[in-house]
Design a protein around this ligand. Sequence first.
Ligand code: ZN
Length: 218
Amino acid sequence: MHTVLLSGKERTYRVGKILCVTRNYRAHAAELNNEPPAQPVFFLKPASSIISQGETAVIPPCSRNCQHEVELAVLIGKWGKNIAPETALSHVAGYGIGIDLTLRDLQGDLKAKGLPWSMAKGFDTSCPLSDFVPAAQIPDPQALGLSLYVNDELRQQGNSAEMIHSIPDLISAASAIFSLEEGDILLTGTPAGVGPLVSGDRLKAQISQLGTLVIDIR
Ligand code: ZN
């Protein structure tokens, strides 16, 4: 069973599904030579991919290019389907820091063959998550600075204000296809600066008002 903690409330949530959105920051879409889609495109990571603060992510031996993507993570607090953007934020229990680890080489091979790329995104340890901060403490989730350091070197920097599809729009679009349940997590896309990791690296992901998430790579 995989759980996350909503700090302050000291409440744990059992994680159901992790919904991730592709290309939600223009500069990141451009760095991978992708056109950002008009409608959000989602993929899933299994709950078994979660690791926590201070744990170690293990790159599967089949990959030579595991990359980091720092993302604002949204914890869903109540069930909903076909949620309107206007009421979407009432479904949010809290915000946290996520890292969407991606086997870019495997993803590229699978995409080129038109095959699903779940293996490149959902492998064990591919979803480091911090504890979550109650939504009531974050007045504007679209004004949070994101940064990611590898061995204390700044690699990614952005702001949630730069999202192409806002958090309410993402919740609304996702809930048209997937019922959102208590404990589901939405990863909202990554700013530019993604890059490869090697064994021994230490990742430090920071989001303003949410703290710091540190993990090691092996
Ligand atoms: Zn991502």
